[in-house]
Design a protein around this ligand. Structure first.
Ligand SMILES: [Mn+2]
Length: 359
């Protein structure tokens, strides 16, 4: 018995529709090639509860060949599916099995415990709900936030981690062989007691937090439980770079921009600009860079951390601080250190002055 575990498709995400659809087609091809008994989707099939009727139809059609080959498609809703409506309504007509209530689904010696999504539940509710059934393998499926791994908790943030928080103790108590999870958007595979826990992550990166490789998981329930990740690449990735304005000013950074455009493919790029520049000129330069990179399918998000030269000129304290850091930098073997001190100090000085003005 083998099953494919996929999650967080977010079909219909505004501006990313085509990218996501191309990724989804790759996933369907894997299902057709591997012919697993079960195709399990752990929530967030659609980005919004009011999914487009045409999109829903195309989604159902794309799965018909999978159903025809004898694969059961099991879906639990995610928070996005149920946001402002129910995007999964009507999917059963196309032969997909959607679980709005906790149920155990048996397929050749394997029990799938399918938990639907409710925003006010916690892992304890799943523990109370779980039925004891006999089967060779017990598989759990939930759209939940595992809060015991710091990197997952940090990425989800407070606003997302309140969605069905799940602790290590909850997973121990549930005692599944494999816990199929959805909600967290980077692939993660770890073990708690006897349970192999997996977040496949979203099928296409959707934010700057989603920098890891995209994949789906194929699970074999044979002699032993065997978990394999299958990479699916991506359409557009997210990248971050820091640009430091040197003594030659902004124009000297063009070489670096050209290098970036030659090496990065289609992507979303966060550019942090640091150093000193005259604000108006700096903004003009940024828009030139954005337009240049846009032509090469790189969409830029600016993080402007520059210090306005005009402001320093007018500010006696800032001017003295700059001079003092310059002098120390000259004498120090680590010039960079004094520049960092300068930017940090000047940032704090501006914050203090802004706060003072507000009062
Ligand atoms: Mn999601």
């Amino acid at each position: 018995m083998r099953f494919l575990h996929v999650s967080d498709l977010h079909l219909g995400r505004k501006g990313r529709e085509e990218d996501i659809w191309r990724q989804w087609k790759k996933v369907v091809d894997i299902a057709l090639e591997e012919r697993p008994e079960v195709f399990l989707i752990t929530g967030d099939v659609f980005d919004n509860g009011e999914a487009d009727v045409e999109l829903k139809k195309t989604f159902c059609c794309s799965l018909q060949p999978v159903i025809e080959q004898g694969t059961e498609v099991l879906i639990i809703p995610g928070n996005h599916d149920l946001r402002q409506g129910n995007a999964l309504a009507g999917l059963e007509k196309a032969g997909l099995k959607v679980f709005y209530q906790y149920d155990v689904y048996f397929i050749s010696e394997v029990a799938f415990h399918l938990f639907p999504f409710a925003s006010n539940w916690t892992g304890q509710d799943l523990v109370k709900m779980k039925k004891e059934v006999k089967a060779r393998y017990q598989i759990g499926a939930a759209h939940a936030s595992y809060v015991a791994l710091p990197e997952i908790f940090a990425d989800l943030g407070d606003s997302q981690a309140i969605h069905l928080p799940l602790t290590r103790e909850d997973i121990m108590a549930l005692n599944f062989d494999y816990f199929a999870l959805g909600h967290y958007h980077n692939a993660k595979h770890w073990q708690v007691g006897n349970t192999q826990c997996v977040y496949p992550g979203s099928i296409e990166p959707l934010s700057f937090k989603e920098k890891e490789k995209r994949c789906v998981f194929l699970v074999e329930c044979g002699e032993k439980l065997k978990v394999t990740s299958i990479p699916i690449g991506c359409q557009r990735f997210y990248a971050e770079r820091i640009l430091q304005i040197g003594p030659q000013g902004l124009d000297a950074l063009w070489a670096k921009i050209e290098e970036l455009s030659a090496h990065l493919g289609p992507c979303f790029l966060r550019l942090t600009l640091r150093g000193m520049a005259e604000t108006v000129r700096c903004q003009h330069w940024q828009s030139q860079v954005s337009a240049f990179l846009e032509k090469r399918q790189i969409k830029v998000f600016w993080q402007d951390e520059t210090v306005d030269l005009g402001w320093i000129e007018e500010n006696t304290l800032a001017k003295q601080f700059l001079e003092s850091c310059r002098q120390r930098g000259k004498k120090s073997p680590d010039k960079d250190y004094w520049w960092r001190v300068f930017y940090r100090g000047i940032g704090l000085l501006r914050q203090c002055q802004d706060a003072y003005k507000e009062h």
